[in-house]
Design a protein around this ligand. Structure first.
Ligand code: BTN
Length: 242
């Protein structure tokens, strides 16, 4: 496995995409100590101060194209497992891509596909985990909604070995999508942050209120609206409602 490390870069996902276009092999990892323009879902920025673990794993998974969206779920589950196994923490996963500890975001995942005709699809799996930072390292408006491992463990964690464990766990779960998709989704469901919670979904200016029902067999998120009608969500923004 090759790890390319930067003290500071705009976004490891951007670099990893460039490397994918150059044909770098599956398993290549790009890590940065700091990102100046970390990217999140929905074109948002991802705050990446010193002390966190920011990386992008380039994978060429042997999966049909319709399974690629499930890689985000597999990655969330893998990261949850590592935080549980290594630190005895109990994060929940907010569909499709965030990890929460005690109701506060501790990690974000951004998967991007690189599709070039005639070449097997490459997936860039970007993970940002707040580790050795404190709340004060983040902008004031983020402080009420985020947390870090340090806030729970009260000690620092070595980032390099943690990166190895995370990339191994992610690779294993993505592999599992080939032969064990149903049980992977069932396992994911045990850690569903939004399950039975009031949620609001927004997409292209349309807002939908409902109650979280968990993932479908295809990995879409199901919500029940006020009229008892079930909706299955593919994209858009889903968050808990006060
Ligand atoms: C989100 O919270 O919406 C997803 C955040 C993903 C952040 C990671 S940090 C490493 C990689 N590089 C990026 O620019 N983004 C991802």
């Amino acid at each position: 496995m090759m790890i390319i490390f930067y003290d500071q870069i705009d976004s490891t996902n951007r670099i990893a995409k460039e490397l994918a276009a150059e044909g770098k092999p599956s398993g290549t990892v790009v890590r940065a100590a700091v990102q100046s323009a970390g990217r999140g879902q929905y074109g948002r920025s991802f705050s990446s101060p010193l002390g966190g673990l920011y990386f992008s794993l380039l994978l060429v998974p042997d999966l049909p194209i319709e399974t690629l969206p499930l890689i985000t779920l597999a990655t969330g589950l893998a990261c949850r497992d590592v935080l549980h196994r290594d630190f005895n923490l109990h994060p929940l996963i907010k569909w499709p891509n965030d990890l929460y500890l005690d109701g506060k975001k501790v990690a974000g995942i951004l998967c991007e596909n690189v599709l070039i005709p005639g070449v097997p699809a490459t997936v860039i799996i970007g993970v940002g985990l707040n580790v050795n930072n404190t709340i004060e390292d983040f902008a004031v408006e983020l402080q009420p909604i985020i947390t870090t491992l340090f806030e729970f463990l009260h000690r620092t964690v070595e980032l390099a070995p943690l990166l190895i464990r995370l990339t191994q766990a992610i690779t294993g779960q993505v592999e599992r999508l080939r032969y064990d998709q149903a049980s992977l989704l069932a396992e994911w469901q045990q850690f569903d942050f939004l399950f039975q919670k009031p949620v609001v979904h927004g997409q292209e200016g349309e807002t939908l209120h409902g109650i979280g029902q968990g993932v479908s067999s295809r990995g879409l998120y199901r919500i029940l609206d006020e009229n008892g009608v079930e909706h299955q969500l593919i994209g858009g923004q889903l968050r808990p409602r006060a």
